[in-house]
Design a protein around this ligand. Structure first.
Ligand code: AMP
Ligand code: ZN
Length: 464
């Protein structure tokens, strides 16, 4: 059984998609007004863990992630540089696609952009006006939250002090200013606008996700994700718009990750603790060490980013890499030890079982490290035979379908030129020409390859 914590009910619930075997997943994507920071990647990596786990469990997953290329922040950015919106957002969109590849985040099936879906949004806003959920005020259209009695259920806000008819135009606001919110904003001097049946203007941010999720996933989706900052007002407003318009449940499971903070504090440029992913990669941080760090705290816990934690994550990941290296480079006695094979099976089952419990990654990683400890013990006692070694490796690679933290296999293929040098050194050693052998070894070291002579033969290792 798979269970997830649903923000809507505030409980752990058994996960059952509408269509058996198929999951429709919507995740709020980047607002492309800057390069994404590591907090954003906490959200994307939690979503990637969820998706990889669902795929691993045999579901087909249809995943849609929007690109917010039209909102208050992107417009402000483009204006400040005096360039068209599309020119401003382009480099951030490109950077995002590059970065998710670097972070081994599986691509979504569709990445709809707000600027390319204006007609869908207009249709929805018109429908909300027709149904009486929305009203026009000075050329803009607002959602009347008192018309939607379920308003506030997701974020559990208190509506008692709601001022009837008070409105808010900005895309982002705090719980304290819960108001009717803008669905369509009248054209303003210096802002991009579209000529539509609603008059000249542009959509509010919230209607974008309602319109684009429905276009690609239908009116009811299985799982909708984001960071906790999205719960109010963004997701609360999405529910109001979509359910008022379609008259059916919008999302069955709402999953939100807690925030990433830096050295215990909220990231902010003024505090000097604000890290874009690129800032870290430029400091020579290995993206997969960072992936491992972001992955390894349970998604509903706050994640405290520190360079010490990053060093610990690096060391833990290295333990897994070294383990794989050891298994791939030993020579094995033939035969089998059934209990080792059973341990590998048990590890895989336990790993999946813990993840099925609301993505309990800490417990899942504990299972992996217990396995490594046990097998290492077996290695020192010469208990691992060829059949098991293969099975152990297969198990680790299977786990890595979810973790995605092992170095690329292709790293293992050395260029022919290096292989030749290794052979040349072997020959020199056989001929007892140790001077030549040593000089080749040093030459290889300069090239980043370390050779080790073991009783099973020669082994090599890449250094950075
Ligand atoms: P944005 O680009 O601001 O629209 O955010 C993209 C995603 O990142 C959303 O799911 C946000 O909730 C999430 N997010 C933003 N800041 C943080 C943070 N500090 N920690 C975790 N997730 C975040
Ligand atoms: Zn959204």
């Amino acid at each position: 059984m798979i269970r997830f914590y649903n923000t809507l009910s505030g409980r752990l619930e058994e996960f059952k998609p509408v269509k058996p075997g198929e999951v429709r997943l919507y995740t709020c994507g980047p607002t492309v007004y800057d390069y994404p920071h590591i907090g954003n990647y906490r959200a994307y990596i939690f979503e990637d863990l969820l998706k990889r786990f669902l795929l691993f469990s045999g579901f087909r997953v249809r995943h849609v992630m929007n690109i917010t290329d039209l909102d208050d922040k992107t417009i402000r950015g483009a204006r400040s540089q005096g360039i068209p919106l599309a020119d401003y957002t382009r480099k951030y969109i490109e950077a995002f696609f590059e970065d998710i590849k670097t972070m081994r985040i599986l691509p979504a099936d569709v990445y709809p952009r707000a600027t390319e879906h204006i007609p869908d949004m207009v249709r929805m806003v018109k429908g909300l006006l027709d149904k009486g959920y929305a009203y026009i005020k000075e050329g803009s259209v607002y959602f009347s939250i008192e018309k939607f009695p379920a308003y506030g259920r997701l974020s559990k806000i208190n509506l008692d002090e709601l001022k009837a008819g008070a409105r808010i135009d900005s895309d982002e606001y705090e719980k304290e200013s819960v108001h009717d919110f803008a669905l369509w904003k009248k054209a303003k001097e210096g802002e991009p606008f579209w000529e539509t049946e609603l008059g000249p203007g542009r959509p509010g941010w919230h209607i974008e996700c309602s319109a684009m999720s429905t276009r690609y996933l239908g009116p009811t989706i299985d799982i909708h994700c984001g960071g906790i900052d999205n719960i109010f007002p963004h997701h609360e407003n999405e529910i109001a718009q979509s359910e008022a318009y379609y008259g059916q449940k919008f999302v069955n499971y709402w999953l939100h990750c807690h925030h990433l903070v830096v050295e215990g504090e909220k990231m902010s440029k003024s505090r000097g603790n604000f890290y874009r992913l690129r800032d870290l990669l430029n400091k020579d941080v290995d993206p997969l060490d960072l992936r491992f760090l972001l992955l390894s705290t349970h998604y509903r816990k706050m994640l405290n980013f520190t360079f010490d934690n990053l060093a610990q994550a690096k060391a833990a990941r290295q333990r897994i890499i070294d383990f794989v290296y050891e298994l791939e480079h030993r020579t094995w006695a033939s035969g089998s030890e059934p209990q080792v094979s059973a341990l590998a099976d048990k590890t895989l089952t336990e790993f999946t079982k813990t993840l099925a419990d609301d993505l309990n990654i800490s417990a899942a990683l504990a299972v992996v490290f217990d396995f490594i400890r046990e097998i290492n013990l077996g290695l020192t006692r010469d208990m691992i035979k060829k059949t098991e070694a293969e099975k152990i490796l297969k198990t680790i690679y299977k786990l890595d379908e979810i973790l995605a933290i092992l170095p690329e296999k292709k790293d293992e293929n050395l260029p022919a030129e290096i292989l030749e040098k290794i052979e040349l050194r072997q020959k020199a050693r056989k001929e007892k020409n140790f001077k030549l052998a040593d000089s080749i070894r040093e030459e290889l070291r300069q090239m980043g390859i370390i050779l080790e002579d073991t009783k099973e033969g020669i082994r090599w290792k890449k250094i950075k």
